[in-house]
Design a binder for this molecule. Structure first.
Ligand code: LHQ
Length: 259
């Protein structure tokens, strides 16, 4: 069935997923969340796709949870978190291929934390991030309390989440929250360049790197060294490792397959 709220466009080995509910600033209702989970699950399995871009239609990236739906349906918030946001964030962090958030406008609440869960975050100059939760008496979900202290330290994470102020893309780059910002008219093109580059890299090697980085703040040094040993062993058995070394020796450009 064709999706209504998540558009998927494939370019070579890249897929761009566009949150498509622009009249409500791409805020998530339950149908959109469910479509997103299905699409992410599908692309997790799809070996032909080696990099994913997430962006938003219109002037916003994503304004988080659709607050009107919460009121209308009288839903328990914990239930929404467990059915919608937790699976999305887990799928992103466990995705064995790079995911780029291309933040084209406001990213608020769960929308901000969705972007920050991605491997690489780029934004247009006009984009901004708001930890909007405190304004309505909620806590940062969608991995916000996990990712923010790791990305920018506890002091900044606390201030951003308490005050819920706008953080412009330039400032987000300056504090190390996101990777790069581009002029609005260049965002999609520059994002695609990064995605094509990543999609031609050794995908399994990148997946093992992500797996190790995912553990780095929880493990002791000894545990992390063991994990690196285990993953390096696996990386050394991939086609792309053999190809990378052969290309180096033969002084030619490697042709990685993501295997
Ligand atoms: C919206 C929304 C929205 C519905 C804009 N909902 N309609 C998880 C699980 C369970 C429960 C609760 O929460 C969570 C996690 C969360 O994400 S909580 C945080 C939810 N998000 C927010 O609090 C942000 C709410 N939105 C805003 O503060 C503003 O809309 C921002 C700052 C994003 C943009 O402001 P403006 O540029 O002035 O746009 P606007 O406010 O006029 O919005 C345009 C339309 O989009 C408008 O609809 P309308 O029919 O009046 O044109 C808004 O009602 C609608 N919209 N965000 N989250």
């Amino acid at each position: 069935m064709k999706n209504r709220y998540i558009l998927a466009e494939e370019f070579q080995s890249v897929v761009r997923l566009t949150l498509n509910r622009s009249e409500k600033l791409n805020s998530f209702n339950s149908e959109m969340a469910s479509e997103f989970i299905d699409v992410l699950t599908e692309y997790k399995e799809n070996k032909n796709i080696r990099c994913i871009i997430i962006t938003g239609k219109g002037r916003a990236f994503c304004a988080g949870q659709d607050l009107a739906e919460v009121i209308e349906q009288g839903l328990e918030l914990g239930e929404i978190v467990s059915k919608c946001y937790n699976p999305i964030i887990k799928l992103i962090r466990e995705m064995p291929k790079p995911i780029i958030a291309s933040v084209n406008g406001v990213a608020a609440g769960a929308g901000a934390n969705l972007a920050l869960a991605c491997d690489i975050v780029v934004a247009s100059r006009e984009a901004f991030f708001i930890q909007a939760f405190s304004k309505i008496g909620l806590i940062p979900d969608s991995g916000g309390t996990f990712m923010l202290p790791r990305l920018i330290g506890m002091a900044r994470a606390t201030a951003l989440t308490y005050f819920g102020e706008k953080l412009m893309a330039d400032d987000a780059v300056d504090i190390g929250l996101i990777y790069k910002r581009f002029e609005e008219e260049h965002l999609q093109k520059e994002t695609m360049k990064l995605a094509i580059k990543l999609s031609q890299m050794p995908t399994l090697g990148l997946a093992f790197t992500k797996e190790a980085l995912n553990k780095s703040f929880e493990n002791s040094l000894t545990q992390q060294l063991s994990l690196e040993e285990e993953l390096q062993n696996k990386a050394g058995k991939t086609y792309d490792y053999s190809e990378g070394v052969a290309a180096f020796i033969e002084k030619r450009k490697p042709q990685f397959k993501g295997e």
